[in-house]
Write a protein that binds this ligand. Structure first.
Ligand SMILES: Cc1cc2nc3c(=O)[nH]c(=O)nc-3n(C[C@H](O)[C@H](O)[C@H](O)COP(=O)(O)OP(=O)(O)OC[C@H]3O[C@@H](n4cnc5c(N)ncnc54)[C@H](O)[C@@H]3O)c2cc1C
Length: 386
């Protein structure tokens, strides 16, 4: 028997769940589908820096994990063994914080707590997707049964895509090693972004710890993953310097880093959002902040125009979805360009570039309009563009 749905969202990660809850808040039903069991997200080791803008969106769907969030009041940006630094301070923006650091699992938990019991088909394996003029037919296996769902709109929110000719891939030849460490003195709600020839090193305040994103070429990442705790702390200290000392490193995990950009966000009655639309380098923490804006924008457009046919019986998808794709162009391309350029400009030891970088950091520090431009872009995304 064929089942029917208006909107089927593949991937119940933070972006898929945000879309589902934003639609539900506007009275539109949707069904989430995930191939993993719900508790799998509780094993994700990532900590995410969320912008103030992301907090505001999550608050509107009652999913802001207040108690699990550590505010970032200042961000210190510098380069290893080079002059120039920039300090961004929340007081300049009349905001309680520039952003917040939250564990992936706490964010996912806060969103999942708002889902109705029948909102997600977990541990569902998609066997086939057949596009049609008026709906997409999805065949899947769930709880040992074969099911067929016809949906008017299929939203892809399944995270980082695998091989797909529609996705352009650029390898950064860097891996992120992540871990938590205890700093002395305390972090004082300051985040650090330190550029080194190996790649950026980020320290994000999280509870009493720092969540570290230590970016390295793959061979050095292999070595860092194999180190005992004491050697690891020495390596970290060498990259960061000695303004603070670190101790008690937690378990380490690693992520190979690529830029993956999907050429088109819309095809027929299918649309791609979040990491499956674009997967960025984690420098400056843009990925989920961009993904939540994808989900929000799509929900707004669908709620405004409805998911049905117009009075003449013509499906409204085309205009809805092309409006969506056009509305996301600047934000996604701007964020991808911004992170890509930072990684490529800063991850080297080339003398003249080092000098230019130092001057750039200095200029940002002493020139408030330039600093505000960068800070506002990180807080609000494309809305900050003039
Ligand atoms: C080291 C690191 C640090 C990061 N730091 C930050 C940061 O500071 N700030 C920030 O904003 N972002 C950060 N990011 C990026 C952020 O993690 C992602 O942008 C975010 O998790 C994307 O959410 P998503 O819901 O699109 O995808 P995911 O979180 O990957 O969720 C996708 C979901 O889809 C499911 N799924 C996958 N395939 C299928 C399928 N075929 N069928 C059904 N379900 C499927 C998965 O089980 C999963 O539940 C970081 C990333 C890394 C690697």
């Amino acid at each position: 028997m064929t089942e029917h749905s208006d909107i089927l969202i593949v991937g119940a990660g933070p972006v898929g769940m945000t879309l589902h809850l934003a639609l539900a808040a506007g009275g539109q039903k949707s069904l989430l589908l995930d191939r993993r069991p719900p508790q799998a997200q509780q094993g994700d080791p990532r900590a995410l820096a969320l912008s103030h803008g992301a907090r505001q969106l999550l608050e509107q769907i009652n999913s802001w994990p207040m108690r699990a969030a550590t505010p970032i009041e200042t961000i210190h940006i510098s380069q290893k063994a080079g002059f120039g630094r920039t300090l961004i301070d929340n007081k300049e923006y009349d905001l309680p914080a520039l952003g917040y650091v939250v564990r992936y699992r706490d964010l996912a938990g806060a969103l999942a707590a708002n889902l109705a019991e029948d909102a997600v088909l977990s541990e569902a394996d998609i066997l086939d997707i057949t596009p049609g003029d008026e709906h997409v037919t999805v065949t899947l296996r769930h709880a040992g049964q074969l099911r067929t769902i016809q949906t008017k709109l299929l939203v892809h929110a399944e995270g980082t895509p695998g091989d797909d000719p529609a996705v352009k891939v650029s390898d950064y030849a860097q891996h992120a090693v992540i871990c938590e460490v205890t700093p002395t003195p305390g972090h004082g709600k300051r985040a650090w972004e330190r550029f080194t020839p190996d790649g950026p090193l980020a320290l994000l305040p999280l509870g009493n710890e720092f969540s570290i994103v230590f970016t390295l070429p793959p061979a050095k990442a292999d070595a860092v993953m194999a180190m005992d705790d004491e050697t690891f702390i020495t390596a970290l200290q060498q990259q960061f310097g000695h303004r603070m000392t670190f101790a008690k490193p937690g378990p380490r995990s690693r992520f190979p880093l690529f830029l993956r950009l999907r050429d088109t966000l819309v095809k027929g009655n299918e649309v791609w959002i979040g990491n499956t639309a674009q997967t960025l380098h984690p420098v400056s923490g843009q990925g989920f902040n961009l993904g939540i804006r994808d989900a929000w924008q799509l929900a707004e457009i669908l709620l405004k125009n409805g998911v049905d046919r117009d009075p003449q019986g013509v499906p409204r998808w085309d205009s809805n979805l092309s409006t969506y794709a056009a509305s996301r162009r600047l934000d996604r391309q701007g964020s991808a360009f911004f992170t890509d350029q930072i990684v490529r400009t800063f991850s080297n030891d080339f003398g003249p570039l080092k000098l230019a970088r130092g001057l750039g950091l200095l200029a940002l520090d002493i020139c408030p309009p330039a600093r505000h431009f960068v800070a506002k872009r990180m807080i609000w995304g494309a809305r900050a563009w003039p």
